[in-house]
Design a protein around this ligand. Sequence first.
Ligand code: CUA
Length: 341
Amino acid sequence: MRGARRSGAKRWTAAAVLVLAVLALAGCGQAPQSALNPAGPVANMELQVIGLGFWIMLGVGVIVLGLLVAIIFRFRARRGESALPEQVEGNTRLEFVWTVIPVLLLAVLAVPTVKDSFAAASAPDPSTALQVNVVGHQWWWEFDYPSLHIVTADEMHIPAGTQISLSLTSADVIHSFWVPRLAGKLDAVPGRTNSMWLEASKPGDYSGQCAELCGASHALMRFSVIADSPSAWTAWVHTMQHPNTTPQTPAAQAGFKDFATLGCSACHTIDGTTFQGTIGPNLTNLGLRKGIASDSLSNTDANMARWLADPPALMPDVIMPNLHLSKQQITDLTAYLEEQK
Ligand code: CUA
């Protein structure tokens, strides 16, 4: 009997240690997409509202659960008691108090929530903010910088320390633009334009994710916001505005011809060439990007070859078909696309 009790206690201790370890270890590791690790003024502002709500709810939880536990112990049936306790129905003063307190708490929460919702919708200084028009597609993000005449996809370069004014829409279904470390999410809805702004205080690579179920490859609809130092930003803008489009190696020259004849150019634009398709992402300076396939694969020759060989195998339901390219065509197209940077 005693042995059984001891092994039961051991099991409970082991379970408690395991639960505590899981809770503690859950805090380890990196948090590249955590709104609790803000990297700009909009995310900071939003974290303050989250924090206010958290502390209010924690306070309410502690008080309510504390009272509940205290009442259970204080008024429990004692040994030998069998009669029903005095039955109370209604208490106007108590009911008034527990109606008014939540109303006051919600009012306290509502003020910064409403104020910050308006503040997050448009850049405080439209005259200096950089405008980027964002279009969600199944499954990639288009970034159009009208003042710079740059269009790119899946990697949005921005100058650090500058307010970025975003106009969001969608070409097909509803998507949601979310870079947790820079700003809260906002829907990209076909037929309408939603606006928000963000700013990265320091240079860095901030990962984003579509946050609205938008089809089979929703989970792969990733993107990055790359905040550049002033010199890196100037260099990126210059490279994007003056792309080097002449293929250099023999393989790239063959790839350039394939791009024109195999149908690639019907869907894709490469600035500075006659390739002006607009169904798929703009591929100008593709070699500069760190990711391909909606930032779901790192941009290596091997991954590019895998992608070209069978896009739907890597991204279910993607519009780009399997073109049944030969090994040689894949090698040449990879050389052509990766060379441009
Ligand atoms: Cu786009 Cu989910």
